[in-house]
Write a protein that binds this ligand. Structure first.
Ligand code: ADP
Ligand code: MG
Length: 759
């Protein structure tokens, strides 16, 4: 029996999902797999695990597992459910890539989808669980899709073994045909239970015209208008595309409708973030924690996180935080509002990378006499429900990472969202009373939106997934029951890359063309491939780790790979300044950072490693200084990124030791720079992983065309690519370089560039 407090009990009774408890539990009892659809906020995530718990699904040896695509959700939902059930965190726990509070007493475990995938690698039958809930399946994150495919096979196997397991797929939209009408996935279609959300009507207001340029300015204006003209009471939720936009609009709104309450006033978030970090750091220092955190081997994400995103184990979450070049920020030309303190607005930002304490603020009622205004990215669309929202302002856009399969060029682009997604956003306004949604685009433009957003798996490279599947002995990845399959070309490209890295064994070159083609799609994994699959980074980087033993290079390779796989280790100091004073401060910092980067780039042979040496130097120096917020701030490093690198170094070290214990790798906080000999060795190791990312400086005759000035030619592209002005090799312009990736911003820029000596 669960002992809930009266308030909790009362709040629960209002949730639509509670009315369906009996139907849901009956369906679960009678079917191996059940799909539950219900509007965001109807209580799926917080209540369904409780139903299962109360029905005894965690009273035997098995526990209840719930996967979330976002780390934020895994952590906050586990806290919420523990609180509702009045159970300690050792019982209702969470596990995300780097941390968790799971114990042997855990009965309900929230985790990111990547964590569960890693567990499947260790125990294919997932015998610890009596039921798995796949939450937010509508998001169609890559890992969620793969988990559903795997579980469609695991559930019948468990039944056959007489240790049955249940699968519950939960979605916020009604579009579940990819799961239910997919014979390859479930031969008998699983029953779908629809939870009728008591949704209040939301009036949609379309703009007459659609701002194509300054939609953040328009968003700001519209929010001001709502706040000024519409009756007080009823919060405003604003949807923008990325962190920088969110901060820009927050700043302007706070200026327009100032609200002050002692020192608890919501000031600049960057400052609160840093002081929070400072406080934690001071506390840590008092406790004399100097050594690196011990990292549990069980504690990492299943799949490579090659994009270095910070919120998710992979995928969608990183999109809103990348590609700062595309952030329009605030446009100073815009007419600023006159500050009006008589109607204070309580403005809160909300995005994935925001510190959890800051995020939690949106769940609390705003200070008396103020109106709540949450300026958010897509996280507020379905993962989190903010209470008391009556008005939604929807910019109609979303930031996505695009990847060109042919050229390998990545870019972040702000594009129109889908109709389904816009309707989800509008729905946020009608949770507690009738609401209004202001769309900053015309109904004609809305009519042109795609109906649904496409599954992530169809728009990213899949070599990491293919390697993981091969490691699970799924040889014919083409036959895998994907809810939506990646394209055949993407699968072929992945197998080819893996063959070239030595992770798969190449098929024999005999037989008919057709036979050879077929063989190419079912290459078995090699022992090297298995070792690589055990490292929580993309195959290219896993290969570097596998080679790292030589010449005592391992600690350097680990540090370098950690730095290369965490996004944006340097702070963006080129951002526009808000004031003159700030601008001179920024200039000072830029000068110092430039100097430090030059120092980290080293001399002599080290220079060859270019940006990778700078990263290695930065990681070494930062760790030497104790990885403090102050050091990061002074040297233009992103504190959060450096903390993540530190954790990843620990993890990678453990992972390498698990594969070859004889190397006895450890993290040395006082790592000396590599010797010249080691630099040469490191260069070869990098080349082994990124060998096909080679670019050559254009020859003199091409220089006739000014667009080729200082350009590099890659095998796959007709247009030139460039070394970024901030790269360590910007001036050196070596003849051959290798790069981590090409990112299209204002130009096609190579990132993570190092030089190759031509023999
Ligand atoms: P769903 O998964 O169907 O979107 P949830 O179970 O997440 O719904 O949410 C149900 C209700 O619980 C919502 O009304 C939400 O406001 C509330 N809720 C969820 N998390 C918290 C929290 N941390 N604090 C307060 N209320 C919360
Ligand atoms: Mg939910």
């Amino acid at each position: 029996p669960v002992d809930r407090s009266p308030d909790v009990q009362e709040a629960r009774l209002k949730l639509p999902v509670l009315a369906e408890e009996q139907g849901i539990m009956e369906a679960v009892r009678e079917n191996p797999c059940v799909v539950i659809c219900g509007e965001t906020g109807s209580g799926k995530t917080t209540q369904v695990p409780q139903f299962l718990y109360e029905a005894g699904y965690a009273s035997g040896s098995g526990i209840i597992g719930i996967t979330e695509p976002r780390r934020v959700a895994a952590v906050s939902m586990s806290h919420r459910v523990a609180k509702e059930m009045n159970l300690p965190k050792q019982v209702v726990s969470y596990q995300i890539r780097y941390e968790g509070n799971v114990t042997s007493d855990t009965k309900i475990k929230f985790m990111t989808d990547g964590v569960l995938l890693k567990e499947i690698q260790k125990d294919f039958l997932l015998q610890r669980y009596s039921v798995i809930i796949i939450d937010e399946a509508h998001e169609r994150s890559v890992y969620t899709d793969i988990l559903i495919g795997l579980l469609s096979r695991i559930v019948p196997l468990r039944n056959k073994k007489g240790k049955p397991m249940k699968l519950i797929i939960m979605s916020a939209t009604l579009r579940v045909e990819d799961f239910t009408d997919n014979q390859k996935l479930f031969r008998t279609p699983p029953p779908v239970i629809r939870v009728d959300a008591r949704q209040f009507p939301v009036t949609i207001h379309f703009n007459k015209r659609t701002p194509l340029e300054d939609y953040t300015g328009e968003t700001f204006q519209k929010t001001c208008k709502i706040h000024r003209m519409l009756p007080p009471g009823g919060g405003i939720l604003v949807f923008l595309t990325g962190q920088a936009e969110v901060h820009g609009v927050c700043r302007r709104l706070r200026k327009a409708f100032p609200f002050r309450r002692g020192n608890a006033a919501p000031g600049e978030d960057e400052e609160t973030d840093t002081s929070e970090a400072m406080r934690k750091f001071k506390k840590a220092k008092q406790k004399k924690i100097v050594s690196l955190p011990r990292i549990d081997l069980d504690n990492y994400s299943a799949l490579p996180v090659d994009e270095g995103d910070e919120d998710r184990d992979a995928g969608i979450g990183d999109e809103e935080d990348g590609g700062s070049d595309l952030d329009l920020g605030d446009d100073p030309a815009d007419t600023e509002e006159k500050a009006d303190p008589s109607i204070p607005l309580y403005v809160l930002p909300l995005y994935s990378l925001l510190a959890p304490e800051q995020q939690a603020k949106v769940f609390r009622p705003p200070p008396p006499g103020t109106r709540l205004c949450v300026v958010a990215t897509n996280v507020a669309e379905t993962s989190l429900t903010i209470p008391g929202i009556k008005y939604v302002v929807d910019c109609g856009r979303v930031k996505k990472r695009f990847y060109d399969r042919v050229t390998g060029v990545s870019s972040f682009k702000v594009t129109w969202t889908s109709q389904a997604s816009a309707n989800q956003r509008a729905g946020r306004a009608g949770r507690t009373e009738p609401g209004h949604c202001y769309r900053l685009y015309s109904s004609a433009v809305f009519g042109d939106f795609a109906q649904f957003s496409e599954a992530e798996i169809t728009r990213r490279p899949v070599e990491d997934l293919v390697l993981q599947m091969k490691d699970l002995n799924i040889e014919k990845v083409v036959n895998f029951p994907f809810p939506t399959s990646p394209s055949a070309e993407a699968l072929v490209a992945a197998e080819e890359l893996l063959i070239s890295l030595g992770a798969l064994s190449a098929p024999p070159r005999t037989g008919s063309v057709k036979e050879m083609q077929r063989a190419r799609l079912s290459c078995p994994v090699t022992p090297l491939g298995r070792a690589m699959a055990s490292f929580p980074v993309a195959p290219r980087y896993a290969k570097m780790l596998a080679l790292g033993k030589q010449q005592d290079c391992l600690p350097y390779v680990i540090a370098m790979v950690a730095a290369m796989t965490v996004r944006e280790i340097f702070e963006d100091l080129d951002r526009p300044a808000c004031s003159e004073e700030q601008s001179s401060k920024l200039a000072q910092r830029r000068a110092r950072v430039t100097q430090m980067r030059r120092l980290w780039a080293g001399q002599g042979a080290s220079l060859l490693l270019g940006d990778l040496m700078v990263m290695l130097g930065a990681v070494g120096a930062c760790e030497f200084a104790g990885c403090t917020p102050k050091f990061c701030e002074q040297n233009g490093l992103r504190y959060k990124a450096m903390v993540e690198i530190r954790k990843l170094r620990g993890q990678l070290t453990n992972a390498v030791n698990a594969v070859c214990p004889e190397v006895g790798a450890f993290v040395d906080p006082k790592m000396a720079p590599p010797t010249e000999h080691q630099v040469v060795c490191l260069q070869q190791i990098v080349l082994a992983g990124l060998g096909d990312h080679l670019a050559r400086r254009v020859q003199a005759e091409d220089m006739l065309d000014p667009k080729w000035r200082n350009g590099y030619k890659t095998p796959l592209m007709d247009d030139p690519v460039f070394i970024h002005p901030q790269s360590a090799l910007f001036k050196a312009l070596p003849e051959f370089v290798i790069y981590q990736e090409i990112m299209e911003t204002s130009k096609m820029y190579m990132r993570g560039v190092s030089a190759v000596e031509a023999e």
